[in-house]
Design a protein around this ligand. Structure first.
Ligand code: SAH
Ligand code: SF4
Length: 355
């Protein structure tokens, strides 16, 4: 049971779940060890069932623009990718996606896009209030990158209550290897703290196995999340995109991603943890495995089929050919085959007091 020159797995699992003082050494051991993760997955699943039962929350993702002013080295939407046909959805097209989503049981809509300045703050506010006006029982989540505090405040006043912005990596030198010099970890963090200060339920997270990432970087990510305490933590494997400077780089690993999902569930029992599309892209049953490792959210695509392939963050992205209703049905089967159940619910994170 006690690994050679190592620590006791069950002891680390217990520590992770009960306190936040697991040492960096132990985290490093857990992240780097060879061997089965079955006990880790089982412990994470136990915690997940205690708090969320077998419920899986769904978020309808509407990828409303693939224009981006940024040039993140990993992402296919980066501005220097000239091989990509760009698109924007109109206000009425976005509302159409919500109509369809609502009838399919979605009660959260995630508006995600590149950093597209053609959408002014007024435009974003208009879209948000359109949706909240028509569907007062739904939550609108924004995921449109780094903006000013004033902009975030305006979106909040318009009715947005959640915001997804992954920190990507909490290590400043690693951040510099993934982004061009005009972007900074400092501003990314500023955005995240502004968002939670304003009152948003925030989601953060990072890519697993991005180029140059070390175990120490991953530990910094976990430590940063302990400070930020986001409601949602989204992680997924890095997947190379052929039209980026990282073309040909190794993809993030399934094992390490699953291991981190379990660690996150143990460290943040109440967190909303999505089993991501990227995880489903590196393995046909990746999302099911993610759920069994402790994830409790899935975010299927509600974008019009005609544009799905164009939202190409990384190569071979799944679910780009199906209609929303097909996606919904497919996911229903996948979730139940893993032993869980999709619920029609706004899907807020639970809090310890409600236990
Ligand atoms: N522009 C917004 C939202 C769109 S990108 C933003 O950057 O926040 C959404 C997420 O896709 C990013 O946070 C990143 O973690 C992920 N992503 C981008 N390129 C990726 C790649 N090559 N592999 C895996 N995930 C990627
Ligand atoms: Fe733009 Fe987001 Fe892609 Fe960076 S990760 S290039 S900000 S869409």
């Amino acid at each position: 049971k006690r690994a050679f020159m190592g620590f006791d797995i069950d002891e680390i699992i217990c520590e992770l779940n009960n306190a936040h003082d697991t040492s960096d050494d132990k985290l490093k051991f857990l992240l780097e060890r060879n061997g089965s993760d079955d006990r880790l997955f089982a412990a994470a699943d136990r915690v997940r069932r205690e708090i969320y039962g077998i419920d899986v929350y769904i978020r309808g993702l509407i990828e409303f623009t693939n224009y981006c002013k940024n040039n993140c080295l990993y992402c296919g939407l980066r501005r220097d990718n000239k091989n990509l046909r760009r698109y924007r959805l109109s206000r009425s097209e976005i509302l159409c996606c919500c109509d369809e989503g609502y009838s399919l049981g979605f009660r959260t809509f995630v508006l995600q896009g590149g950093e597209d300045m053609a959408f002014s703050d007024d435009d974003i506010c208009g879209i948000v209030s359109d949706i909240t006006g028509k569907y007062p029982d739904c939550a609108v989540t924004l995921s449109i990158g780094e903006r000013s505090r004033e902009s975030y405040e305006a979106y909040f006043r318009a009715g947005a209550r959640r915001y997804l912005l992954r920190h990507e990596t909490a290590d400043i030198s690693h951040y510099g290897k993934l982004h061009p010099p005009e972007m900074s970890l400092e501003n990314r963090k500023r955005c995240l703290y502004d968002l939670s200060d304003i009152g948003y339920r925030t989601g953060s997270g990072f890519m697993v196995g991005s180029p140059y990432q070390t175990t120490e970087n991953l530990i910094s990510d976990l430590r940063f999340l302990q400070q930020l305490k986001p409601a949602m933590i989204g992680i997924g494997p890095f997947i190379a995109h052929c039209d980026t400077p990282f073309a040909g780089q190794k993809n993030g690993s399934l094992t390490l991603t699953l291991r981190l999902i379990s660690i996150l569930r143990l460290m943040f029992p109440y967190a909303l943890i999505p089993s991501t599309t990227a995880l489903g892209t590196i393995h046909p049953e990746g999302r099911e495995m993610g759920l069994k490792a402790g994830a409790n959210v899935v975010m299927p695509n509600l974008s019009p089929v005609g544009v799905r392939k164009l939202y190409s963050l990384y190569d071979n992205k799944i679910c780009t050919g199906e209609e929303s209703a097909q996606c919904r049905g497919c996911l229903e089967n996948r979730v139940s085959s893993a032993g869980y159940r999709i619920v029609t619910d706004i899907g807020d994170a639970k809090k310890p007091a409600e236990r």
